[in-house]
Design a protein around this ligand. Structure first.
Ligand code: ZN
Length: 315
């Protein structure tokens, strides 16, 4: 597939920059501003297919309610601005799904915030503790995965999570479910404390959760070792055949992140993107939807996102 140019979608909305947690918070609008500036400088603006988030709140709500409890949803209503933009963030991921299943795009990157992979059903995880939800409100990738399964001929979904933090909300949303294979690399002792490799799923979902903790200060060599020697063989061993590949693309696992301690470089992210595209090419006509999660050094985040998008465009 090398050298082929793909139709790559880019989901974005200026409203994503209106969400402010607290002044000076690392999950800031500057993250998206840096990405947009770098996209323009690199000439990527003219290469991607621009996509807008789904705005039908009732439509988004329908799929949010599959993943999140009523209590969880009600807790968001307390702050209407957060609620509106969190719903629009989920709507961005839904737009990515529409684009790959309508044939408008082969793959899509969703530059949205707030992020989502820590947001879960009701705050209680398998160990009975409330794990908290980080900077997340609605689990964008989980909601989008459920949307794909309901709206399109899409049964099996692979979710790859390379954020430095374990995606506890996503894992939990599909922990019993063999239709979603969840693979995460993360630093185990960091927030939220989940992601034990012994946690492999439950009941019919057993074997469809793959947690691969990394040691602090791990870099490209270590993460790619996991991808090539654990993840890809595991996927083949289970016989899982995805109809869609999704990525929880958190770049707080990149070198020089302000909150992270891993050392993955942009070429490491490019290589992971290529492997994910290979899997998508092998099983599902290249359909891949990547959704922004963390990444708290705005300049580094922008570099990594542009490398990721460039790889989606040209690999
Ligand atoms: Zn993170």
């Amino acid at each position: 597939m090398s050298g082929v140019t793909h139709k790559t979608g880019f989901v974005y909305d200026e409203k994503y920059r209106d969400h402010i947690l607290t002044p000076g918070h690392p999950e800031s609008p500057e993250r998206l501003a840096a990405i947009r500036d770098k996209m323009a400088r690199d000439g990527l603006d003219d290469k991607v297919v621009w996509l807008s988030p789904e705005r039908d709140m009732a439509g988004i709500r329908k799929y949010v309610s599959i993943v999140h409890s009523q209590d969880h949803y009600n807790s968001l209503n307390e702050d209407s601005k957060t609620h509106e933009i969190a719903m629009l963030s989920a709507g961005g991921a839904l737009a990515g799904i529409d684009a790959v299943f309508s044939g408008k795009c082969e793959n899509v990157f969703c530059a949205l915030r707030p992020p989502g992979h820590h947001a879960h059903n009701n705050g209680i995880h398998y160990d009975g503790r409330n794990q908290g939800e980080g900077f997340c409100f609605i689990n964008n990738i989980a909601v989008a995965a459920r949307y794909a399964q309901h709206a399109y001929p899409c049964s099996n979904i692979l979710i790859i999570d390379w954020d430095i933090h374990h995606g506890n909300g996503t894992e939990w949303a599909f922990y019993d479910d063999p239709s979603v294979f969840y693979f995460s690399t993360h630093v185990f002792w960091m927030y939220p404390g989940t992601g034990d490799p012994g946690k492999t799923g439950r009941g019919p979902g057993d074997g469809y959760t793959l947690n691969c903790p990394l040691e602090p200060y791990s870099g490209d060599r270590e993460v790619l070792d996991v991808w090539n020697n654990v993840f890809v063989p595991s996927l083949e061993k289970t016989g899982f055949r995805p109809d869609l590949v999704m990525i929880s693309a958190g770049f707080d696992s990149r070198e020089n992140d302000l909150l992270g301690n891993l050392r993955i470089t942009d070429s490491g992210f490019a290589e992971m993107t290529r492997i994910a595209l290979d899997i998508a090419g092998k099983y599902c006509k290249g359909r891949l939807v990547s959704v922004l999660e963390g990444g708290y050094n705005p300049a580094g985040l922008a570099d990594a996102v542009c490398t990721h998008v460039n790889t989606l465009l040209t690999t």
